[in-house]
Design a protein around this ligand. Structure first.
Ligand code: PSU
Ligand code: MN
Length: 303
């Protein structure tokens, strides 16, 4: 049995350098509530397809690492019964225990890269947590050793964004703003953190990545874009919800991998669901941009 299962349609697409976009499953099984997780899955896969690329949701399916899920498998992950959260280091344990595992950004890009995929989309990457020394998402370390174009709306609002930004610099991970000069704050367009590199069209993203790879660089490049303006929340509103959620998490003694899902749920509640609408909208927009990038990248590769 091959170590990673690719659905047949994806296997030929990857082999022929046709456009493919990998998508994570932790956002579906842990990050978003039911039934919005289904909306997100449909919105993202359709957006990728509209841009001319094939979507590939990554996960561990009953112990088999998989790139691309069947409809039945996706249903199981959306119902999320018995589905664990799997980051990069959890992959072998999920295989050993024949578990259903929803993959984070870290685990997803590890799997996607191993099968030859170059473009990945999500909502927000993990990063440095606030007031929790050494709680830093494995997403950062994995971005530092996995060549991939990662499209997102920045790091999740619940994080210490300034520290996350600094760590990305230390690790040599290029961050490029797509039509923005500022690092977006996931639910909000602004963070006050000025980016060093901005591009305004997809061809420039492909050019940047090719230059990066031609230098033998092994990191991902992180492409950030703001959430759609009609759904974006004001920075102060997000901040106060996050501060409150943080206090609740401490009170409830939440630690480790449970922190991210807990805080995301608390912020949804504290913003009366408007952060949820923003989350769905930005996931779809990121998937659309990733689809465009994959389509252009594949043209450049097969020229
Ligand atoms: N962004 C979201 N919802 C999520 C996540 C990100 O809007 O659920 C998930 C991603 O899978 C990300 C993970 O990789 O949270 C980070 O978790 P941790 O901090 O435990 O590494
Ligand atoms: Mn953590």
């Amino acid at each position: 049995m091959p170590p990673i299962r690719l659905l047949p349609a994806l296997e030929s697409a990857v082999r022929d350098h046709r456009p493919v976009v990998a998508l994570e499953s932790s956002v579906l099984a842990q990050g978003l509530p039911i039934p919005q997780n289904r909306e997100a899955a449909i919105g993202m896969t359709n957006a990728v397809a509209r841009a001319g690329a094939l979507p590939a949701i990554t996960a561990v399916v009953a112990g088999t690492p998989a790139v691309g899920l069947t409809d039945d498998e996706l249903e199981r992950f959306l119902r999320r019964e018995g589905v664990r959260k799997v980051s990069a280091r959890d992959l072998p344990a999920a295989v050993l225990k024949r578990a259903d595992g929803a993959t984070t950004v870290a685990a997803s890009i590890a799997l996607a890269s191993a099968v030859g995929i170059t473009v990945f989309a999500t909502g927000g990457i993990g990063g440095v947590h606030r007031d929790a020394p050494y709680d830093e998402s494995a997403d950062l370390a994995e971005l530092a050793r996995t060549p991939m174009i990662v499209v997102c709306a920045g790091a999740k609002s619940i994080l210490d964004l300034r520290a996350t930004w600094e760590r990305l610099e230390s690790m040599g991970v290029p961050v490029v703003g797509y039509r923005t000069d500022e690092l977006p704050g996931f639910f909000s367009a602004e963070t006050g953190i000025k980016l060093d590199c901005r591009v305004d069209d997809v061809a420039e993203i492909v050019g940047l990545y090719r230059a990066h790879r031609a230098l033998g660089r092994m990191q991902s490049i992180v492409v950030v874009q703001a959430p759609p303006a009609e759904h974006a929340l004001a920075r102060e509103r997000v901040e106060s919800a996050v501060a409150r959620a943080q206090m609740d998490a401490r009170r409830d003694g939440i630690t480790g991998a449970a922190v991210t899902p807990y805080l995301l749920a608390a912020v949804t509640r504290l913003t009366d669901g408007s952060s949820l609408a923003a989350n769905l909208a930005l996931l779809e927009r990121n998937a659309a941009l990733a689809g465009e990038i994959a389509t252009m990248y594949s043209r450049a590769e097969t020229r």
